[in-house]
Design a protein around this ligand. Sequence first.
Ligand code: 5GP
Length: 114
Amino acid sequence: MSEDTLFSKIIRREIPADIVYEDELCLAFRDIAPQAPTHILVIPKKPIPALSEAQEADKALLGHLLLAVGEIAQQQKLDTGYRVVINTGEDGGQTVFHLHMHLLGGRSLSWPPG
Ligand code: 5GP
């Protein structure tokens, strides 16, 4: 059973967000504290708390999310590349427990992350 998070509230339009993409399965909006010139969060409408809690039944949804990220990257003209990050759990730095992919781009990104 997953808890209601602020991302569920964004999906329901109970709190505002700068939405850049939406389809029947997912929503994408700009991160409130951007770490790159383009920093977008892509989330499933289904409230999966974390990647570690995704199930076999979510396989198609996870593929859909990745393809949506690619489409959004094209829309955002991230032609020279970008990074997709899924922070998972405490050590992964996850702070909002509704699965989300960070799409980061618009500058050269260093590696490894901290
Ligand atoms: P995490 O740390 O869980 O991987 O990522 C959560 C992200 O959500 C952070 O990058 C944080 O800036 C973003 N965030 C937190 N609260 C809000 C909010 O109310 N609106 C938006 N657009 N982003 C948020």
